[in-house]
Design a protein around this ligand. Sequence first.
Ligand SMILES: Cc1cc2nc3c(=O)[nH]c(=O)nc-3n(C[C@H](O)[C@H](O)[C@H](O)COP(=O)(O)O)c2cc1C
Length: 249
Amino acid sequence: MAIDRRQLMTTALGLSAAAISSRPSAASTMSYEEAVQASRTPLRSTPRDRELVRFATLAANSHNTQPWIFSARGNEIVIAPDFARRCPAVDPDDHHLYVSLGCAAENLVLAASTLGWRANPVVDGDRIVIALEQAPPAASALAGAIPVRQCTRAAFDGRPVVPEMLRQLERACGEPNVSAILMTERAAIAKVADYVLEANSAQMRDKAFMRELVSWMRFNEADAVATMDGLFSHVSGNPSLPAWSRGRS
Ligand SMILES: Cc1cc2nc3c(=O)[nH]c(=O)nc-3n(C[C@H](O)[C@H](O)[C@H](O)COP(=O)(O)O)c2cc1C
């Protein structure tokens, strides 16, 4: 069984798999609110694989390209790269794409544990093979955060992060070959901000980067729901625009 996000939405509408190919725009019959609700509804125990995949697709992923193909068989779920969703301009070596697969695997492992399945992920070539075995259910704060976590691009209110949260961030980086550099001094932050701005400006001058970025932008709710991927301009504080305004019907 291969599953993608559009199919998950089709299931949420109560349509069968056969309806997917005959009605490719099934997901777009949902309103934006309904689609958000359907994708972020609390984890259910059945159908197990679809539910685990639904939670996996809520993971952070570069440009929200949803660059993965899930397949499930018995007690094994495989996450494979979807190279049709590559971003050659910003990610020529697929580094972001593979990081995104790792994020999805992490979500899947956490979600599985709450349902009473210990998930053992193994990297096999360019795929992640996750074997599930029954275990006592183990809820965790991280698993609980999956349906509510999201990136914010809202303006930072300037309040310092509380020290305990900084410690938590530091601890989260306590992996081999990983280290955190925390900057709390205004002067140090300003210096990095200058570099970020410079890098950002360089990217915006790059036509291929901009073309690719725009191709993954969704300028209104209907576009966002029809594709169930990409970056919805509204969440970056921009107004919704009709599709024709960027040359699409
Ligand atoms: C490898 C990777 C690189 C990312 N790079 C950026 C970035 O440069 N700028 C940004 O605003 N978000 C970046 N993101 C965040 C994604 O855009 C975000 O995870 C995706 O749109 C899904 O939205 P969500 O995390 O709110 O669910 C990145 C995420 C990943 C996994």
